[in-house]
Design a protein around this ligand. Structure first.
Ligand SMILES: [Zn+2]
Length: 359
């Protein structure tokens, strides 16, 4: 009986395996037929067109400059904490704090932003820069603007890199502020105790997608936008300009510093990033966001716009760029990511066994 089954089964199995070989070969041929150069060119052109002259920082960072390609798995104490002589000079990072909207105050630096969203029940701080400049820029900035740091109730961290989480522990310890961060980034902080020396808040609030954070008369909506880090957060919220409500889309992570130098997991990681940009772009569209904020002035020109505010007079608010431009920002990030993803797809097509091919 068993022999009889074998007699019938063998040709069936042989036929099936042959079919798989042919199918794999055809898929391979399909990949070879694709004109990757043209697809990459289209993605780059889409990014360039979307950027116009508004988002040249994001365009050059993500379409032009080499990506880091990998993630940091070291647990070493940062150089600027090991030895204070490594702290960059003040003129490299200092910027004046300023009121930007009725309820939103800039307390960041030349390169990295930090914001104070003032509500009827206290202050929400959005990002905290480095450990070495958060005291002067955030606390000093609030005091300079006549705001009381004792009123800080929440600190929201876009992602757990040293240029954004630097002052979170200090604000939590000094003012009892509750720290809000994405779950996977809380895990980063807990996994690398040395890396987060002096910038490791204890776990308070784990943000989830669509979570509402309400303080007094103000509500922010938090969105999970993994990619830059696994727990990166973006936000939508309302600000007021001379009483007029305006909606903001805040993008919490930009550069490609996830693993992307090999097709696996690079292609997948770019897909996560692209989908996250679509997610926050959709929320921006739903809320009719006309203001785009990032956590680096390189991407949202915050420091330049702050200077423009000084000469605004009765003119338009320099941060209000309109719904279409807000959408175009996310198109730049998506298209640059697509171009980089296509390079990895091309690597797979030209080196079918080459999972370790570097582009
Ligand atoms: Zn980062």
């Amino acid at each position: 009986m068993a022999e009889k089954i074998c007699f019938w089964l063998t040709p069936v199995l042989l036929g099936l395996s042959g079919l798989f070989v042919v199918q794999a070969y055809m898929q391979q041929e399909d990949l070879k037929l694709r004109n990757f150069e043209a697809e990459i060119e289209t993605a780059l052109r889409t990014a360039k067109t979307a950027a116009g002259v508004e988002f040249l920082g994001a365009l050059s960072r993500n379409c032009l400059l080499p990506a880091s390609g990998n993630v940091n798995t070291n647990d070493s104490v940062p150089r600027y904490i090991q030895d204070p002589s490594n702290v960059p000079p003040r003129e490299a990072w200092y910027a004046d704090s300023t009121q930007v909207f009725d309820n939103l105050f800039f307390v960041g630096g030349k390169l990295h932003t930090a914001w104070a969203l003032v509500t009827s029940q206290g202050i929400i701080i959005i990002d905290t820069i480095y450990p070495y400049n958060s005291e002067e820029l955030i606390i000093g900035g609030l005091e300079r603007l006549g705001l009381d740091p004792e009123e800080i109730r929440y600190v929201i961290i876009s992602h757990a890199h040293g240029d954004h989480i630097g002052g979170a522990q200090m604000l939590q310890e000094r003012y009892g502020a509750k720290v809000v961060m994405g779950g996977p980034d809380w895990e980063l902080v807990e996994t690398y105790p040395n890396r987060y020396t002096s910038m490791a808040p204890t776990r308070d609030v784990v943000a989830t997608d669509g979570m509402k954070l309400t303080l007094g008369d103000t509500t922010m909506t938090l969105w999970e936008t993994p990619g830059h880090t696994p727990g990166t957060l973006s936000y939508t919220f309302t600000v007021y300009d001379q009483g007029r409500p305006l909606n903001v889309a805040y993008s919490g992570g930009t550069a490609f510093n996830f693993v992307n130098n090999t097709p696996e997991p690079g292609i997948r990681n770019f897909q996560t990033y692209i989908e996250s940009q679509q997610h926050i772009a959709d929320q921006a569209a739903t809320t009719g966001a006309t203001v785009l904020l990032s956590n680096h002035s390189e991407f949202d020109s915050a420091v330049t716009r702050n200077r423009m505010l000084l000469g605004r007079g009765d003119g338009p608010h320099p941060y209000v760029i309109g719904e279409e431009w807000v959408q175009r920002y996310f198109r730049v990030l998506q298209s640059c990511a697509r171009a980089a993803q296509l390079r990895l797809e091309r690597a797979v097509a030209t080196h079918p066994s080459g999972q370790r091919v570097r582009e």
